[in-house]
Structures are given as structure tokens and as C-alpha cells.
Design a binder for this molecule. Sequence first.
Ligand code: FE2
Length: 332
Amino acid sequence: MILNNFRKKITPVILLLIIISAGAFSVERGYAAPAKKRAGGRFFYPAPKQRASNLFEKKNVKYPFTFIVYGDSREPAGDEKDALIAQIIRERPSFVLHMGDFVLYGEEHQWKIFDFFGGRIIDNGIPIYPVLGNHEYHTREKSYPSDPEEQLRLYFKRFKYVKNKRWYSFRYGNSLFLILDTNTDYSPESYQYKWLMKELKGKAPTFLFIALHHPPYTMEAYKVTRKSEKSLAEIFESYKEKGLLKVDIVFSGHTHNYERYKYNGINYVVSGGGGASQHSIARKPGDLYDKAGKNYHYCRITVSKTNATFEMIRLNENTGEWEIADGFTLAK
Ligand SMILES: [Fe+2]
């Protein structure tokens, strides 16, 4: 009797200890529940320790070279997305940077829709360097944050050349590209943050481009800027005091439209016009783009030895033509 009572009392304690231990290990691995923590006003998955996040350095580059930026291609906005993919392929860029949210859910049937549309870019020999969006981590049952292990498997299956890296860099001629995962931890003690700081103290390129899914600045009513991306912008903008490399353009997505800002010499481009239904944007001072309404679009960046020309190219839905609707040039 006494032994039974003791067992009844001790069993929940043992179970609790097991759960706590499992939690500690999952933080080490960076995946399973409860592997999330609050930082910068939101939940992150602790970022796993990634070694060799620098993918490659391509030295022999023919100038000028062109790369395309687009994002938020989830949901089958059929005609616009189909036209956009065909247009990107016609551009014959050296590569594409996709700002994330390829899919509505990180499930195979959704990725099949990506294969059908965006996959044609890859099939045409143009690599897509991906940024992880929040929807890549979603499932139909659970919105963010969900268990990312299976979702990441489906993502990396499409982009084998990023070698299972959630965040990574590459050097292409005179340009350095730093790709972040804003779904996992990049608070100051994290692996991702330390890696980013190391890159920002490294060998200076002529042009430095950063890509991340969640925008440091946006005026979309629902998707307000989060503290974590605000703090990143503060770091980029205080590069002189911190002795960091100067970032030329920060590309992001998440907001389904186009926005452009310039603060303390840093250009911020929000490019989420790849097919998802477009958000309305109340254009306010600070946004250097002022066209209301839908902006299905992509960005074309042409890099020479001394200049980088940025152009935003949108679909005119009345004429079906692609028109340059915004742009600027960086000269070194
Ligand atoms: Fe998103």
C-alpha cells in the first residue's frame, strides 16, 4: 500500500524529469519540441550549429552579370505566376535569389506546385538560391512554429546545392551574398548571429547583398516589422561605429507587394510579388515606391565591375506587358 502510494507520487516526478531532459537535448539538436524560445519579441527555433556555411567562391565571372530577386510565390496565382516564371527564364540571369514562402505548407503536394512553376527556372539551368520563409515550416495542421524536420527535408530536396544550410553565403565575382534564416535564432548568442558578424568583418567585396524573409521595414498593415529584424537593421546601419562591412541592398519578402526604403545609406527592398495574392500597401513617406494596388514583379540586378543597377519589373495587368517601374544605381 505504502509502496503503491510512493509509486503514484514519484511517477509524475520521473516523467517530468524525462520531459525536461528531452527538452534540454532538443535544444542541443535544435529541432524537436520544445525547441523554441522567445527572443526579440517572437519565437525562434534555436539554430543548429552549421559548419562551412560559405557555399562557394566563383572568381571567373564575365561582367556584367545579372541576377533576379523574387519571392512569395506560394498559392497558385496561376496566370501571373506562369507569366513571371516565363519572363525570368527569358532574362537568362546567372542565378535567382528567392525570398522564401515557396509553398503554402511545407508538404510534398505543395512543393509539387512549386516544381511545376518555379521548378522550370531550375530545369532551364538557372540555379535558385533560396531563403527560408515561414511557410516552408508550416503544415496544414500547425501553423508556425511546427516541427521543421520533415519540412526542411522537402525544401533541401529541391535545392541540393545549398548543402542543407539554412543560412549561407557565396561570393560571385565582386559580390558577396549573405542569406539568413529569420525563422531560427539569430539573437547575439546564436550560431547564426556569430556567423553573420564574422562575415560582416571579413574580406570586403565591391557589393554586399543580404537576403532574408522577414522585412526589416514594411508598411503592410498586418505584417508589421518585428523587433528582431529591426535590431538587424540597426546593426547594418551602424556599420561605421561597429567596424562592419557596408551592406548595399537588403532584400526581403513576406509582404506580398513591393516596397523600397533607404535608411542611413542602406537600401531595403521588399520583393514579395511572385504569385501569392497581393497585400494592399498604404504608401507613406519613407517608402520610395508609390504605386498603389497589385505589383506582381521581379527585380533585376545587373552588376559590372564598378556599378550595380537595380530595376523592379512589374506586370502591367491591363496590357500584359512587363514594365520597369522602379530603379536605382550604385556606383563604387
Ligand atoms: Fe512569409
